[in-house]
Design a protein around this ligand. Structure first.
Ligand code: PGA
Length: 245
C-alpha cells in the first residue's frame, strides 16, 4: 500500500511543519509507504522535520524542461536537490488550471524520472465524460499520452482520480473504482510491462470513514488524499485503514 497526501496550495510554513511533525509522531510502526506533497515553498522546512523518518516528500508538479528561461517554474532536479523523492504529475487541477496536455505531462514524467524522482501520475475523467460513457476510454488515452513511449526506468505510480470526486465529498462507487483499476492494471500489463505491478491509487474524497472499503478492492494499492491529508488525525486514520488485513 502507498498513502500519499497532496497538501495543494494550503497553509503556512508553521502549519506545514506542525502537520509534518504530527505525522512523524503519530505514524504507526509497519505503516504502509507514506508520502506528503507540500507546496514547493514549504519543501525545505518540511524536509527538515521528516529527516530520519520513513515518510517521504515530493513536489506537486515540475517543469518538463531541464532548466533555463522558464519564469516561475521548478525543475525536477531542483525538487530532488531540496530533498524531494517524488513528484505528482498531471493532477486534474493542473490540467484544468494550466491547460496541461498529455504531451506536456509526458515531458514532465520523463523529467521527473530523469531526475531520479518517483512519479505519481494522475488520470481521471470529468463528470460529463463519465455520463457519456467515455470514462474508460478517456483514462486509457491519458495513460497512452502521458507515459513515456520507451520507459526509461524508475518508479511511476498511477493515481486514478475521477475529477468530479475531487474535493466534492462524492466518491466513485466501489464498482466503478474496481472496474477502472482493473482496466488500468490490464493496460499496464499490455503496454508498460515495467509498470505491470506498480501501485494504482484511488483519489477523490478519501477519508477515514470510506478508506477501508476502497482499500479492500483488488487493484487498489493506496490513496492520493487531498483535503483529509491536511488534518493529521484524518490522514493517520486513512493510514490505519490501509493496515487492516
Ligand atoms: P480530495 O483531493 O481528497 O480533497 O478529494 C484528492 C486529490 O486531488 O488528490
Amino acid at each position: 500500500m502507498f498513502i500519499a497526501g497532496n497538501w495543494k496550495m494550503n497553509g503556512t510554513v508553521a502549519e506545514a511543519t506542525a502537520l509534518a511533525r504530527a505525522l512523524v509522531d503519530g505514524l504507526p510502526a509497519n505503516a504502509p509507504t507514506t508520502a506528503v506533497f507540500p507546496p514547493a515553498v514549504h519543501l525545505a522546512a518540511v524536509g527538515e522535520v521528516l529527516k530520519g523518518s520513513p515518510i517521504f516528500m515530493g513536489g506537486q508538479d515540475c517543469s518538463g524542461a531541464e532548466k533555463g528561461a522558464h519564469t516561475g517554474d521548478i525543475s525536477a532536479a531542483m525538487l530532488a536537490d531540496i530533498g524531494a523523492r517524488g513528484v505528482i504529475i498531471g493532477h486534474s487541477e493542473r490540467r484544468t488550471d494550466h491547460g496541461e496536455t498529455d504531451a506536456e505531462i509526458q515531458q514532465k514524467v520523463e523529467a521527473g524520472l530523469g531526475a531520479g524522482l518517483g512519479v505519481v501520475l494522475c488520470v481521471g475523467e470529468t463528470l460529463a465524460e463519465r455520463e457519456s460513457g467515455a470514462a474508460q476510454s478517456v483514462v486509457r488515452e491519458q495513460l497512452e499520452g502521458s507515459l513515456p513511449k520507451v520507459f526509461p526506468g524508475g518508479s511511476v505510480v498511477i493515481a486514478y482520480e475521477p475529477v468530479w470526486a475531487i474535493g466534492t465529498g462524492k466518491v466513485a462507487t466501489v464498482e466503478d473504482i474496481a472496474s477502472m483499476h482493473g482496466m488500468i492494471r490490464a493496460w499496464l500489463g499490455e503496454n508498460q510491462p515495467e509498470l505491470a505491478q506498480t501501485f494504482i491509487l484511488y483519489g477523490g474524497s478519501v477519508k477515514p470513514s470510506n478508506a477501508a472499503e476502497i482499500f479492500a478492492l483488488d487493484e487498489v494499492g493506496g490513496a492520493l488524499v487531498g483535503g483529509a491529508s491536511l488534518k493529521s488525525d484524518d490522514f493517520l486514520g486513512i493510514i490505519a485503514a490501509a493496515m487492516k488485513p
